[in-house]
Ligand binder design. Sequence first.
Ligand code: NAD
Length: 361
Amino acid sequence: MNLNVLVLPGDGIGNEVTREAVRVLRHVAAKWNHQLKLTEGLLGGVAIHKTGTPLPPETERLAGDADATLMGAVGLPEFDDAPPEKRPEKGLLGIRKALGVYANLRPVKAHASLLDSSPLKNHLVEGADMIIVRELTGGIYYGTPRGISGEGAQERAVNTMTYTRPEIERVTRMAFNLARARRKKVTSVDKSNVLENSQLWRKVVIEVAREFPDVELDHLLVDNCAMQLILNPRRFDVVLTENMFGDILSDEGAVLAGSIGMLPSASIGARKPSGAWVGLFEPVHGSAPDIAGQNKANPLGAIGSVEAMLAYSFGLQEEASAVDAAIEVVMRSGRVTADLRPPGTPATTEEVGEAVCAAIG
Ligand code: NAD
């Protein structure tokens, strides 16, 4: 298969973890005989330094041409007081929008060897393995009217939660297709006891579900879901929800995984003529200026993002499973970075990347 991938390392540890993610991607491509075409582009603080803008037009063009984009992280302390247009994070929002990635997928897995890193009791977390599908380009974060008006006692603020039927349909189909490749269960999360917006959400989800008779569907109100994620995380396979609920629930889900350095994410858009799904893959963490340049950042979130790319953009399940299994082997070996508090001397970023490749074989 042709794997046409744009790499945007970004700033800080983005460079270090992306290097290891690319190492794993090259290894997989060589082992399974895929034609890997890698292009590198500028995003974030490094792009501001070199071009004056966090998302240069050239990067947008390269992302449009690629089947999938692998990102590191953006952000440099020197831009903390810069105006919004000159901040590295502006590039991140810009590229998500430019690619039209409407579904954010966040796999949350309680790795056996990390159970002690979770603040939750082992018996609750053990075996948890879910994916949260968050609608990413609609809902209250984008709805109009919005704004603050009036003064004094008349001052008021308004935001609008709005969804159209097609917006709900496409993300629902994405969730059900994902469930088909997993344990075939979708939990749709809404607030339909209070919000009309959620009533439409639930109605459309039920209608789309009829196209997937082999997948089980249930519904949870968002307040109950927040509780069940902690009380009974194993009950979830695919969690489907709108933008703001997903924003909140996916951070809660992150607690199950142990360390922020472990967490991958995938944002998916339309299908390309090549058959690949447009995708933006990045670890959840930021550029971590406190440890940048020290070869001690955990690259497993970035490597997990490669796994997500193989599965979701390219449909390469066998290769994705091999990366997943290799990550598990490396974690069990204890040769992991300092954030996972290994018993002996922590491994370097590079050593973890090499170990994952060795475990893939
Ligand atoms: P951060 O995720 O960069 O770091 C938070 C803490 O977690 C730090 O102590 C860091 O050392 C640690 N950490 C993060 N990733 C790690 C890894 N892979 N291995 C080991 N430890 C890791 O968040 P922050 O400090 O709030 O933000 C730093 C910069 O990153 C800011 O400029 C922020 O805007 C940016 N940021 C970018 C993204 C992104 O690009 N998607 C996401 C979050 C923050």
